[in-house]
Structures are given as structure tokens and as C-alpha cells.
Design a protein around this ligand. Structure first.
Ligand SMILES: Nc1ncnc2c1ncn2[C@@H]1O[C@H](COP(=O)(O)OP(=O)(O)OP(=O)(O)O)[C@@H](O)[C@H]1O
Ligand SMILES: [Mg+2]
Length: 254
């Protein structure tokens, strides 16, 4: 087993060379009670690339994300990820006894100033809720607080596990737009787990489908941004992925 972490290598005053990949996974296997959920999986994500990960419930998406986040090290194979990485889950997981801005700074090394939190909260449009208690936030606000908490880590890799799953349709669209903007501004690599094919095609450079413990399929989304769901080419990519996931489209079903 080799779990490795590569961060920028500093040699003198010279700028470190940009790594060739943000994520490099080879031969990754993770078993629970003798059953392999992930089996000899290979995955590469380029620096700054936005990758969406689809797959049926229970196929191992969250397991893979947890491994990439460094939260699960009971693995076989090689996993190379940037030192600076951050993760946001479906449920925001805010500490109820800490105000929003303190939640944003939670777990950061040293004694970061409040202004660090405020800057991230501003990026997600939540400055006005900085002093609020988590239980008073709406679902969308809590999710934005969780994103701010990921952003203060200045990640080279942002791991998102169904971050919009619990949001109503309108809030979800706003949150998707926000993530797209943050990604373009920050330039970090993103791995987004989602059940929503449209969301994947809207945001990602590349959409992966996980099945049988491996990345069984990938589609490169070669559409200009901002993307338009009414574009026939958008519909084409979406239909191809739905077919791949075993979901017949209306045209086929009809
Ligand atoms: N700690 C654990 N102990 C035992 N089994 C586990 C554990 N974590 C995950 N599993 C099993 O591994 C499989 C993959 O789980 P995982 O949470 O990665 O699926 P998922 O693709 O994220 O599903 P969903 O789309 O429903 O979130 C499931 O069968 C799950 O029961
Ligand atoms: Mg999951």
C-alpha cells in the first residue's frame, strides 16, 4: 500500500513546477468485511479540471471521495493528492455551538483572524450571516457556509459530495452557479459527486461513471461556458450519459 501526498516542492526561491496531475490514483482497492467496493480503480484529474462523478447508489462514490480527502487510509494502491484539499459533504456538518464565522475557521492551523473567514463568506455571499448560529441558517445558507469553510483552506483540490442534494430546485440552481464561479475564479481542481446528470453536464469538463468498483465510463463535455441546457448538444451529452446509467430518455421510451 502506498498512500502518498504531494505538495509543492520548494527548492530555493524558484517557483515549484506545477504538478502534472491534481489526482493520481492507481490500483486502488477498498474492501469492507472482505467485499471490495473499489477494486483496482484508476483515476487521474488534471490541475484545475472540473470532474463530475456519477454512479448508482452504493457503488462507492463517497468511499472514493473519503479516500481522496485522506479520511480513510485503509486501502491498497497508490493515491496521490495535493496537500491543500478540502471537502464539503451533502449535509453541511456545522458545529451548532459555534457561530458561522468560527465554523468557517474550524480546524485551520494556527490562530487565523476573523477577516480570513469574512473573506470566504463574502465569496459565497454570506457576509450578513457571519454572526449567526448554524441552526438559524436556511439549507442553502448552511451549504454556502460549508463551501466557505472549504475555501479558507485555499484548496488545490475541492471534493464535493452531493453538496446540493438537499436543496430546493431554485436554491440548487443558485448553488450550482456559485460553485461554477468559484471554480473559475480559484482555478482549483474539483471532483463533484452528484446524482444529477444535468448538473454534471452543466459544470464539468469531464463526467465519470463509477460501476463495479472502477471508473467504467468517461465523457468529455466539450461545450462552451456558460452552458445552456436548451442547447441540442447539451441534450445529446445528457442523453448519452443517461443511457450509460441505464436510464432510458423520454425520446427512447416514447
Ligand atoms: N464503513 C463502512 N463499513 C461497511 N461498509 C461500508 C462502509 N462505508 C461504505 N460501505 C459500503 O460500501 C458501499 C459503497 O458506499 P458509498 O457510501 O461509497 O456509496 P455511494 O456511491 O456514495 O452511494 P450513494 O450514492 O447512496 O451516496 C456500500 O455498499 C456501503 O454500504
Ligand atoms: Mg455517497
Amino acid at each position: 500500500m502506498a498512500t502518498d501526498v504531494h505538495g509543492p516542492v520548494t527548492t530555493g526561491a524558484a517557483k515549484p513546477p506545477a504538478p502534472a496531475s491534481a489526482v493520481r490514483v492507481e490500483g486502488l482497492t477498498r474492501s469492507f468485511d472482505g467485499r471490495a467496493v473499489i477494486e483496482r480503480l484508476k483515476l487521474d484529474v488534471r490541475p484545475g479540471e472540473f470532474v463530475a462523478l456519477l454512479g448508482r447508489s452504493g457503488c462507492g462514490k463517497s468511499t472514493l471521495l473519503r479516500i481522496l480527502a485522506g479520511l480513510d487510509r485503509d486501502i491498497e494502491g497508490t493515491v496521490l493528492v495535493p496537500r491543500r484539499k478540502a471537502v464539503a459533504f451533502q449535509t453541511p456538518r456545522l458545529m451548532p455551538w459555534k457561530k458561522v464565522w468560527r465554523n468557517v475557521l474550524l480546524g485551520l492551523p494556527g490562530k487565523p483572524e476573523r477577516t480570513v473567514a469574512e473573506k470566504a463568506l463574502e465569496e459565497v455571499g454570506l457576509t450578513h450571516r457571519s454572526d449567526a448560529w448554524p441552526k438559524t441558517l436556511s439549507g442553502g445558507e448552511a451549504q454556502r457556509a460549508s463551501l466557505a469553510r472549504a475555501l479558507v483552506r485555499e484548496p488545490d483540490l475541492l471534493l464535493l459530495d452531493e453538496p446540493f442534494g438537499a436543496l430546493d430546485a431554485l436554491t440548487r440552481i443558485k448553488a450550482q452557479r456559485l460553485v461554477g464561479e468559484l471554480w473559475q475564479r480559484r482555478g482549483c481542481a474539483v471532483l463533484l459527486v452528484t446524482h444529477d446528470v444535468e448538473e454534471a453536464v452543466l459544470l464539468a469538463d469531464r463526467v465519470l461513471v463509477m460501476d463495479g468498483g472502477v471508473i467504467a465510463h468517461e465523457t468529455t463535455v466539450d461545450l462552451d461556458r456558460p452552458r445552456n441546457i436548451t442547447d441540442p448538444r447539451f441534450a445529446e451529452v445528457r442523453a448519452g450519459l443517461l443511457e450509460r446509467l441505464g436510464v432510458a430518455t423520454a425520446a427512447e421510451a416514447g
